[in-house]
Write a protein that binds this ligand. Structure first.
Ligand code: GDP
Ligand code: GDP
Length: 471
């Protein structure tokens, strides 16, 4: 049994305030805009020297504007259920100022079915006068109702004493307890400017028939991560789509949300194994795209570029060509129809040249165009990422490359290359032992990286080459 307490309740009762109060730090992001869900939802907490895990389940029930068929909403609800299942104790938060509302009663019924010990937390009892109102919540049918004020830290002592007594005894920590996850699911982040189609893509991808959204132990602590599995020729492939809370609907985009989405992208990129970077074919490539692209490169993450809204771009190109053709008809031979793939492809390469390692896939979340290729690309890049170059082959390749184009030293020094070795996979990183590293210019490194790519692929992965002087 877990050492976990889950905080559950309808929106706005003060769950995140309680979470922050108990966790003792401001982790949760409280925002007035509906649909902007929180970032961190679980924390390792200590109360009077006793450690436990606290989960804030965020918004249960639908927020305004959310649709039940939205796979992300469904997955979030499923995550709330998982949190409840994995918890030893439930804090069911209600609002003592608003009193009992029908949604509280619905939730109570649902929580009762879980069979877990439920402590009703009547929040917003900022002064003792409110405490008497707890009787109203006795109707919910649970044994204990605690009047607390998350904001003022009132009434927490009795609540926590009761809760901790209900937790199972702390486990003895031996090394054999921690069996490392051998076959960890691949963590994917979908990033991009607002409105490029990230949530549409996610819904289309994990909403497709071949995908089963299913719980994966160990990922349930973060309710904004959506694990999913697909069957590939009888084999199960496991993925986690991370930080999907950032993909929830934001109909009105304000500056702070805009800023927030870049900061959020930064966090998602850091946590991801592979980044799916979405561009908007209709809008083209903007400053913010370059900024996000820069973050991916800086983080050294494997990446797949998705040029979305392809249906719209094709339309534009087609219309332009028809206009030209109509004009040309009166004069000379009409031009052949242009290839939109080529137009946009070279555009991407030109504007996002620093991301030249990433494969590009043109998609449409609306027509479904090429969506099946997205996970194919992910699978491919993930295999590329895992490859280890045999040392002998690596050295032969680099020796050949250096011999063909020896580095030019400013002061006429002879640069000697001794040997190289791969020291990491994420990203593929190679140490190259030389007599002097200061003569390795950036263009020269680029040349060698290009040669490594020619020899070994590493498609979708940044390659890091570190020259190291050997005394
Ligand atoms: P959640 O949606 O359940 O996570 O609710 P929040 O923690 O975001 O809180 C909703 C609103 O209730 C915010 O405006 C909080 O400032 C307010 N609130 C939370 N706890 C208290 C409390 O103890 N007393 C009072 N007066 N307001 C509170
Ligand atoms: P997000 O902000 O990046 O999550 O973008 P959304 O998924 O909310 O999409 C923004 C708008 O673009 C919505 O109106 C979508 O219906 C539309 N959209 C998304 N993908 C496509 C696409 O491939 N083609 C077309 N025509 N519209 C799309």
């Amino acid at each position: 049994m877990s050492q976990t307490i889950a905080i559950v309740g309808r929106p706005n009762v003060g769950k995140s305030a309680l979470f922050n109060r108990l966790a003792g730090r401001r982790i949760a992001i409280v925002h007035d805009q509906p649909g902007v869900t929180r970032d961190r939802v679980s924390a390792e907490v200590e109360w009077r020297g006793r450690p436990f895990t606290l989960i804030d389940t965020g918004g249960i029930g639908l927020r305004p504007g959310e649709k039940t068929h939205d796979i992300l909403v469904a997955a979030t609800r499923q995550q709330v259920e998982l949190a409840v299942q994995s918890a030893a104790v439930i804090f069911f938060v209600v609002d003592i100022r608003e009193g009992l509302v029908p949604l509280d009663e619905e939730l109570a019924e649902w929580l009762r079915a879980s069979g877990k010990p439920v402590l009703v937390v009547a929040n917003k009892a900022d002064t003792p006068e409110w405490d008497a109102q707890t009787v109203e919540f006795a109707k919910l049918g649970f044994d204990r109702v605690f009047a607390v004020s998350a904001e003022h830290g009132r009434g927490l002592e009795p609540l926590m004493r009761t809760a901790l007594a209900l937790l199972p005894p702390p486990p003895a920590t031996g090394p054999e307890e921690q069996s490392p996850e051998t076959d960890a699911p691949l963590k994917l982040a979908i990033v991009g400017r607002p409105n490029v189609g990230k949530s549409s893509l996610v819904n289309a991808l994990i909403g497709s028939a071949r995908v089963i959204v299913s719980p994966i132990p160990g990922t349930t602590r973060d309710a904004v991560d959506v694990p999913f599995e697909i069957d590939v020729e009888g084999r199960k492939e496991r993925y986690v789509l991370i930080d999907t809370a950032g993909l929830r609907k934001r109909r009105k985009i304000h500056d702070d949300i805009e800023f927030y989405s870049v900061t959020r992208a930064e966090g998602s990129i850091r946590r991801a194994d592979i980044v799916l970077f979405v561009l908007d074919a209709e809008a083209g490539i903007l400053e913010q795209d370059k900024k996000i692209g820069g973050l991916i490169v800086e983080a050294g993450k494997p990446c797949v570029l998705l040029v979305n809204k392809w249906d719209l771009f094709q339309e534009i190109v087609q219309k332009e060509w028809e206009k030209k053709r109509a004009a040309a008809r009166t004069r000379h031979q009409p031009e052949p129809p242009p290839d939109p793939l080529q137009i946009f492809g070279s555009w991407v390469r030109e504007k996002l040249f620093f991301l030249d390692y990433a494969p590009v896939i043109f998609t449409s979340a609306v027509t479904g165009f090429q969506l099946d290729r997205v996970l194919e690309a992910v699978r491919y890049v993930s295999a590329q990422m895992r490859q280890t170059v045999p040392t002998a082959l690596l050295n032969r390749t680099l020796h050949d490359a250096v011999e063909r184009h020896p580095p030019v030293s400013k002061e006429g020094h002879r640069i000697k290359f001794f040997y190289a070795t791969q020291i990491s996979h994420t990203p593929p990183t190679f140490l190259m032992f030389v007599n002097r590293d200061e003569d390795f210019s950036e263009p020269y490194k680029k040349y060698l990286v290009g040669e490594l790519r020619k020899a070994f692929g590493f498609e979708g992965c940044p390659i890091v080459l570190i020259p190291k002087p050997r005394p």
